[in-house]
Design a protein around this ligand. Sequence first.
Ligand code: PLP
Ligand code: ZN
Length: 404
Amino acid sequence: MAEHWNSALSHLECGRCGTHYDADKPQNLCECGTPLLARYDLDQISISTSDIAARRPDLWRYRELLPVRDRRHVVSLGEGMTPILPLRSYGARIGVPDLLVKDEGALPTGSFKARGAAVGVSRALELGIDRITMPTNGNAGAAWATYAARAGLESLIVMPQDAPKITRMECALAGARLYIVDGLIGDAGKLAAQAVADGWFNTSTLKEPYRIEGKKTMGLEIAEQLGWRMPDVIVYPTGGGVGLIGIRKALDELLTLGWITGKLPRLVAVQSSGVAPIVRAFEQGTDTAEPWENAETVAFGINVPSAIGDFLILSAIRDTGGTAVAVDDAELLAAQAECASTEGVLMCPEGAATLVAVTRLRSSGWLDGSEEVVVLNTGSDLKYPHTATYDDPPLLAKDGELPL
Ligand SMILES: *Cc1c(COP(=O)(O)O)cnc(C)c1O
Ligand SMILES: [Zn+2]
């Protein structure tokens, strides 16, 4: 008999038209073309925050709020419970003394994509899916291929040729069928659609409902790690927006459970000025975002010209009184270097973009300096060695002498 893991999952619900779907069958989008969201019987949950505290420090500690029903289907590499670190000197310099980073760099596969992959692959295994496919800018493909290998599933990954090389190698070493395309993520998507037509299960961003459930654990952890309360502001480097939507969903669920109280944090979406469809839509006051032409940025994880969850991102920002900010590559690389030298935290380019946004929001007065601000560093910079530049070349030791 299946051993129950006490998931409170009840059904799937369309994020736009509200149609319900059976969660215990493989599902992709709603018939109206919109992402499906997992819903839970929150009033059936009888555990408390102290039960959570007694569990292992990984994301499965929130199993009641996750979709996997049987623990034997959990595919884990020890993901979750990443540290929240104060950035005291950086924060003091920019006038935001309560600046904190949730540092996702130490997760398996080096990015927070591991959260979505752990939960998505586990649930795919549980539903009897044996072949998964996706287009990716690199980190998602690396994470899903790695977790698929651990689960014994086949994976087919399509990646733009400019995606970070290490993510290619991760997919290849994990045994994925890997295809490289001379183009952007949208071009990779068109090729992955051929694999879907051939029977591979589509695990593209928000085209299956469980990646977001994995990513929402960032929001659960932020609340728990702050002592079951919310910060004033959360700043997130936004590509497909799954993390931002997930954090909002997590906090809404915790509010319904009564585990936290109060107002949602103001949610801030940060994009690169080379590809900023959400920022443009936010500024123009529209509910959806037009695709961005000629997208370009070093922050590969947020190079997403068109997001299927655009309306969910925009409503998360607007409903919470948040905002959207675009930053230049040169600015984020400078912030990355400064954070490394003053804090010992080497952020990925996407994470460093949030620091530029916080600096700008403080100068404009949007932040008054009294707020507790949590930024997300979504991955390790070790995956982007080409962005780790320095001005002074290393000194060369000659003839066994240190030229001091
Ligand atoms: C994928 C990715 C993002 C963007 O994530 P979304 O939740 O899809 O917006 C940000 N940073 C890194 C490092 C990524 O790999
Ligand atoms: Zn619908």
